[in-house]
Design a binder for this molecule. Structure first.
Ligand code: AP5
Ligand code: MG
Ligand code: ZN
Length: 215
């Protein structure tokens, strides 16, 4: 079946980390709305400035902005043979709109993978996370160290801490997740396409569970 995949999960569940591995394995584009907003911010576009005002506080960027961004991205040629969405949809409205986009481009979502991680683990992951300033690859100060401290293994970029990776913004991000995103679990369960995975496992083990789902 065509690999059209959504990764669901709380902040810090490991969406970005696993997305990198899955998209490499299946050679499909990794579409992260969070990364797209951060890229826009780096380029100082209007979209970037708008997104920043929400992101820094841990709030969701308004639906209409996010939906049109994804709609445009999914229409690109490289999504023809599948794609992976990381961090989208995050509201029921986004999920409903994604259904319509899927119909228009004739590529419905075939797999939703929900990465489960208890809340006690999320805080440590978020506060210890470092990301590559250049390519966005995630690392962790104890769980996932780069080969050379402060330097990205993949591209040599500098590792920095995200602005929303602090306790206060995390609290808001978790609230937003429970209130707006968690209902998607039921939405996709009804469609029978959701699969739960244990996100506290070691990354290689987790990847083999995911491959089993996607085979
Ligand atoms: P986004 O960038 O999507 O952030 P998030 O959902 O809060 O999720 P994170 O990126 O923080 O976590 P992750 O699940 O990717 O975890 P990671 O793999 O890095 O969104 C940011 C903001 O943008 C939002 O708050 C919102 O404002 C806006 N936005 C984005 N999309 C939007 C949308 N659709 N609608 C509206 N607004 C939107 O892993 C975390 C850490 O844990 C890393 O250090 C990693 O090394 C470590 N780790 C991961 N897995 C493991 C493991 N198995 N074992 C040990 N360590 C692990
Ligand atoms: Mg991420
Ligand atoms: Zn990098």
């Amino acid at each position: 079946m065509l690999k059209t995949i959504i990764l669901l999960g709380a902040p810090g569940a490991g969406k970005g980390t696993n997305a990198k591995r899955i998209t490499k394995e299946f050679n499909i584009p990794h579409i992260s709305t969070g990364d797209m907003f951060r890229e826009a911010l780096k380029n100082e576009t209007e979209l970037g400035k708008l997104a920043k005002s929400y992101m820094d506080k841990g709030l969701l960027v308004p639906d209409e902005v996010t939906i049109s961004l994804v709609k445009e991205r999914l229409a690109k040629d490289d999504c023809k043979d599948g794609f992976l969405l990381d961090g989208f949809p995050r509201t029921l409205h986004q999920a409903e709109e994604l259904e319509k986009i899927g119909e228009t481009i004739n590529r419905p979502i075939n797999y939703v993978i929900d990465i489960n991680v208890p809340e006690s683990v999320l805080k440590d992951r978020i506060c210890g996370r470092r990301v590559c300033k250049n390519c966005g690859a995630p690392y962790h100060v104890t769980n996932l160290k780069p080969k050379v401290e402060g330097v990205c293994d993949l591209c040599g970029g500098e590792l920095i801490q995200r602005k929303d990776d602090n306790e206060e913004a995390l609290k808001t991000r978790l609230d937003e997740y429970h209130r707006q995103t968690e209902p998607l679990i039921e939405f996709y369960s009804k469609k029978g396409i959701i699969h739960e995975v244990n996100g506290t496992k070691d990354l290689d083990e987790l990847m083999s569970d995911i491959k089993e789902i996607l085979k």
